[in-house]
Design a binder for this molecule. Structure first.
Ligand code: GLP
Length: 248
């Protein structure tokens, strides 16, 4: 795991986009894992700019998203399908046939989760996975207590996560209670990881992730075990780290 601390959100977004672009230029048919949430938005914006101005080509790329709310149709403005199309896919030349987001409306959720896992393996595994981090240290929707070896499955969201995400819905009752999420084991199988975090609100989660013991109670701590994980944070998100890290 490599920790990179940059001045602000723009700097981590640009650095993250540079790493994704390098991957796509080196291997045009890369398998990319994408995340939702506010953290990767700047990185997506920069990828869109690189596509428009530098001709960064996504036509051969295959994508897999980390997670999706159960019960929200793809057209719902809070679904992660909608988020990805609005904030990235419709602005780049990705082939819709190569885009995968878990189906929150699947009739047989269990079968769908199995299919999702198999599909990732079938196309050759994820080359580079983008990750955010929840305020409680979750990754994707792997909440505290998730098995570190878990695979794609349905998870109950914690109250903390539902409250964190309530701002996007009219009221708390509308916030879904369940999600389909890649497991921690699924995420760890990606050949490279980029975890993004910015702002003071993530400082404690980042301190726990970087310095804490690896624990299912803070799922993000597992990135310590990944050989090619880059944790890309701004100074505010790194503000609670011990001095050794700040110096390094
Ligand atoms: C949700 C998503 C996560 C994301 C987290 C943080 O729970 N399932 O993938 O990392 O939110 O979101 P944000 O980046 O908006 O802080």
């Amino acid at each position: 795991m490599l920790l990179v601390i940059k001045k602000d959100y723009d700097a981590i977004s640009n650095e993250g986009a540079k790493l994704v672009a390098e991957q796509v230029r080196k291997k045009p048919d890369s398998i990319l894992g994408f995340a939702t949430g506010s953290s990767p938005l700047g990185l997506y914006k920069e990828l869109i700019r690189m596509h428009a101005e530098e001709g960064l080509d996504f036509s051969k790329v295959t994508t897999f998203n980390l997670d999706e709310y159960v019960g929200l149709p793809p057209g719902h403005d809070q679904s992660y399908h909608y988020f990805m199309w609005e904030n990235l896919f419709k602005h780049i030349n990705v082939d819709p046939r190569y885009v995968h987001v878990p189906q929150g409306m699947a009739d047989d959720v269990e079968a769908h989760c199995e299919w999702y896992e198999e599909r990732i393996v079938k196309v050759g595994g994820i080359d580079l996975q983008i990750l955010g981090i929840g305020g409680n240290g979750h990754i994707a929707f792997n909440e505290p207590g998730s098995s570190l070896g878990s695979r794609t499955r349905i998870k109950t969201l914690t109250e903390k996560t539902r409250q964190d995400n309530a701002r996007f819905f009219d009221n708390m009752d509308q916030v879904p209670k369940y999600a389909i999420t890649m497991g921690i084991g699924t995420i760890m199988d990606a050949r490279k990881l980029i975890m993004l975090a910015n702002g003071k609100g993530k400082a404690q989660a980042i301190k726990n992730t970087i310095e804490g013991p690896i624990s299912a109670m803070v799922p993000a701590t597992i990135v310590q075990m990944h050989q090619h994980a880059t944790v890309l944070i701004d100074e505010a998100a790194g503000s609670l780290l011990s001095e050794e890290w700040q110096m390094g």
